[in-house]
Every structure is written in structure tokens, then in C-alpha cells.
Design a protein around this ligand. Structure first.
Ligand SMILES: *Cc1c(COP(=O)(O)O)cnc(C)c1O
Length: 387
């Protein structure tokens, strides 16, 4: 006998990219070239490390500021908004989970059973009959960041999938399809993962106008792109249903810190705040996150280095016969000339980790994180030999 909900029994959990044991300085292991989880290949800024070291014993003894007020001010300054447009979260992933739990209805699990559960009474029965609107779930594109589906399955909310066009652009009737399905939350990752494609801002604005729900634009990779969707929050546009996700994991080299944030109209932020954990980001992370945004110039140098290498790697892979999807991100989706899964395995045997997705539209492709010039050269050399 187990006690979890049936949707959890059925759940296929998220598969994270491999994180090899041992540190890069561990001489007993051969060095691993890690190009599989879209981490920034350069270290975070020195002021970030100093901020962590300088956290006082008192700041650890006490609970942290519940809404990360200093961080929200720093983010407001960085984005030319006010702090009431910002929510700090424990990684961008927490914002995704929060948005799903706040906006989407779980399917009633005992509507179909003959015997109501203990504690079932008329009051909850009538509440039950009014409350869950059938289908008030999430809308996602296919393919997309695979965590979205997992979070929706945990919440047991319906999922509406919109197949992307062959070039990974979004069909124009996406909002109509979602409205017809009564979806409450549409998730668009932009630049798109795993292709790296940047969707045009006019299309996103149009979707926000037409969609009867919250449009969450996941900008995890925005620091490597030539534009972002911040202008959708301009009060002149009057879009009160747009929520932008940002993270320090990629652009600021802080995936280990677990810090992300949302940007939206204050009505959305107030609603999300009602449902978040009281102390969802810790004192060390808050101190580091403030320093990170204040050292944006350091981070921006890493973005330049990565985007320059992205161009070079695209060219060199193309020379090797790959079809490389144009990317505005810190990774490339590429179709090699030989079997992608075998190539992934052979690269792994050569201590080079890239990502292979066992997903219908991606089985002939690899997703490769852009590394340092040296890492990219080692990848290119290995590919020359292997394929
Ligand atoms: C990395 C990533 C996130 C957020 O990651 P965190 O490390 O939790 O901040 C969100 N969406 C996509 C598509 C990502 O790749």
C-alpha cells in the first residue's frame, strides 16, 4: 500500500542533465567537458563571492527578508521598474511551480469515485461543484522546456500542447487554441529551448492581447539574446497578464545559488506573493543576487564571450556537415550527419557531455551548450574523429 496521489504514482519525473561527481580540480578523474546543462562557462563576478563571504552571523541567525526587499530594489533599478513589479524565487523553477499552483486548477481526483472520501460533506461538495473549471490548466508548445509538463503533472492540471512549426516558430492560433481549451497559464520559453530561436516581440504582444489567461514568458536565456520582452510591461501597453521569468543561473553564472525572479504588473506579483513559501530565498542567496545585478558589467562580458563563441561554433559545426539551428541562446541545437544518440554516447565515452533528448522531434539532434573556446575546440576535435 502506498499513499501518494494517483497522479504522482503515474508521474515520470524530470530528468536533469548529468552532474558528474568530483570537482573540476579533482586530479584523480579525467577532466569532463560539461556542455549539457547550459551553465555559463565563466565564473561569477568577484563582488558576488565577496558578498557571500561577508554575510554576517546575525543575518544567518535571523530569518531572511521574506520578499528579498534589497534584491527587488536592485532588480527594479536594473530594469527601470518599481519593486512591486518583482518577485524573487528559489530559482526560476520555483516561479514556474508557483504560477502553476496559483493559476491552474488541479483535476478533482474524487469526482469519479463511488464513495466520497472521509470528511466529504455538503459544504465541500458544493464548493467542489462550483470551483474547478474543467480544463483550467496550462498551455505549452511542443517541444519546450520539459520541466513544464512535470510540474503540471504534479499539480494534476490539464496540459494543452501546441506543436511548433518546423522552424520552431509558434503557430499564430496558439492563443485561440488555449482559449478554446480554457487554459489559464500559457508558457513560452523565449529564446526557445531547446532550439535557441527568438520569437518576435510583436507576436508575443499579440498573444498576450488575445489570450484569456496569464502569459508566462520564460526568459531564462535572455542575457544571450539581442532583445527581450521587458517592453511588454510598459504601462502604455496595458498588458496586465504578462509574467516574465528571469534567472541568475545562466547569465550570471549562479546555477548553484538557486535564484530567479518574476517581473509583472503589481497585481500579478501580489497574487503570487500570497502563495509563496514565507522565506523562499535564503540570506546568502539574497546577498549574492544583489551583488550579481550590481556587477552586471562583469556578467555582460561573459555574454559577449559566449555569443562570439556561439557564432564560431555554429560555423565550425556547419563545416562538419551539421545543420545548426540559429540560436539566440547559450546553446545550439544541431542535427549531425550520423546517428545523434550514438554520437552522444561516444562523446560521453570521450568525457564530453552534451544533451540528447528522447523526444519525437529531437531524436536526430543534440543540444550543445556553448563553452569556453578551449572546451569548444575539444568538442570539435572529438566530433571530427567520431562522426
Ligand atoms: C534554466 C532554466 C530555467 C530556470 O532555471 P533555474 O536554475 O531554476 O533558475 C527556467 N526555464 C528554462 C527554459 C531554463 O532553461
Amino acid at each position: 500500500m502506498t499513499y501518494e496521489r494517483p497522479n504522482i504514482t503515474r508521474l515520470t519525473p524530470y530528468t536533469p542533465g548529468e552532474q558528474p561527481a568530483g570537482t573540476p580540480t579533482d586530479r584523480s578523474q579525467p577532466p569532463i567537458i560539461k556542455l549539457n546543462t547550459n551553465e555559463n562557462p565563466y565564473p561569477p563576478a568577484q563582488p558576488v563571492l565577496d558578498a557571500i563571504r561577508n554575510v554576517s552571523p546575525d543575518a544567518l541567525r535571523r530569518y531572511p527578508p521574506p520578499t528579498a526587499s534589497a534584491f527587488r530594489q536592485a532588480a527594479a533599478d536594473a530594469h527601470n521598474l518599481t519593486p512591486d513589479h518583482i518577485i524573487a524565487t528559489n530559482g526560476g523553477d520555483e516561479l514556474l511551480r508557483l504560477a502553476i499552483t496559483v493559476y491552474c486548477e488541479p483535476r478533482g481526483t474524487y469526482n469519479n469515485t463511488d464513495s466520497p472520501p472521509v470528511g466529504w460533506d455538503k459544504r465541500s461538495a458544493s464548493h467542489q461543484s462550483q470551483s474547478p473549471t474543467p480544463g483550467a490548466g496550462i498551455g505549452i508548445t511542443d517541444p519546450t522546456y520539459s520541466l513544464y509538463e512535470v510540474l503540471a503533472a504534479i499539480h494534476n492540471t490539464p496540459i494543452t500542447r501546441m506543436p511548433l512549426n518546423d522552424d520552431f516558430s509558434i503557430p499564430d492560433d496558439y492563443p485561440d487554441r488555449l482559449n478554446a481549451a480554457n487554459a489559464r497559464l500559457a508558457l513560452i520559453v523565449n529564446p526557445h529551448a531547446p532550439s535557441g530561436r527568438l520569437q518576435p516581440i510583436n507576436q508575443l504582444a499579440d498573444f498576450a492581447q488575445r489570450f484569456n489567461g496569464i502569459l508566462l514568458i520564460d526568459e531564462a536565456y535572455t542575457d544571450f539574446a539581442e532583445s527581450n520582452a521587458l517592453e511588454l510591461l510598459d504601462p502604455a501597453r496595458n498588458l496586465t497578464n504578462v509574467l516574465l521569468l528571469r534567472t541568475l543561473s545562466k547569465g550570471y553564472s549562479l546555477a548553484g545559488l538557486r535564484f530567479g525572479y518574476g517581473l509583472a504588473h503589481p497585481t500579478i506579483i501580489t497574487t503570487l506573493n500570497k502563495a509563496k513559501d514565507s522565506y523562499n530565498t535564503d540570506a546568502l542567496a539574497q546577498a549574492a543576487a544583489v551583488a550579481a545585478l550590481q556587477s552586471r558589467d562583469h556578467a555582460a562580458k561573459t555574454w559577449q564571450a559566449v555569443t562570439a563563441e556561439r557564432t564560431r561554433l555554429t560555423d565550425r559545426l556547419t563545416d562538419l556537415g551539421h545543420r545548426v539551428h540559429p540560436s539566440q541562446s547559450n546553446f545550439l541545437l544541431t542535427t549531425p550527419t550520423t546517428n545523434a544518440k550514438t554520437l552522444y554516447q561516444n562523446l560521453k565515452a570521450a568525457n564530453i557531455l552534451v544533451r540528447y533528448f528522447d523526444h519525437p522531434r529531437l531524436t536526430d539532434k543534440l543540444r550543445i551548450t556553448v563553452g569556453t573556446p578551449d572546451e569548444n575546440n575539444q568538442l570539435l576535435n572529438a566530433l571530427e574523429k567520431l562522426q
